[in-house]
Design a protein around this ligand. Sequence first.
Ligand code: CA2
Length: 151
Amino acid sequence: MKTVLVLNGPNLNLLGQREPGVYGAQTLDDVRQLCDAACEAHGLRLDFRQSNHEGALIDAIHEAGAAQAAGTLAGVVLNAGAYTHTSVALHDAIKGAQVRVVELHISNTHAREAFRHQSHISPVAAGVLLGFGVRGYAMAIAGLAEMIAPA
Ligand code: CA2
């Protein structure tokens, strides 16, 4: 059984506590539960993490690259939060680790402020999903399952 790493970046620990109009009312623990159900439905194991630190996210990406190369990881669902728009280091980490990443955003970043329109993740992502609310996490897991074992 392969693992999916769902990796959440800065401030996503605040989900459900503020800005429900943008991100909805569900908490990160609710998201963990819906990811668990999605993984179970696709015969995958869930590894769910959140960090506010860029270096910790980079370490997790390197670890994921090694696990994918070893055949134990299907890929990563990455909501890099605001690092999406700023982090060349995360871009380089994904490229260097040669890991399969589905970039995920709860909100439609293109319908928001101009500074959210650029992503350093998209050019190195296998797929991008945005604007579906937290249900997007389940869609991204389904997408990864499809990528590794096309129907
Ligand atoms: O839409 C998304 O998923 C984002 O990745 C969320 C990031 C934002 O910087 C990206 O542009 C788009 C923000 C995550 C912080 O979430 C909060 C949740 C509740 C209260 C405050 C922040």
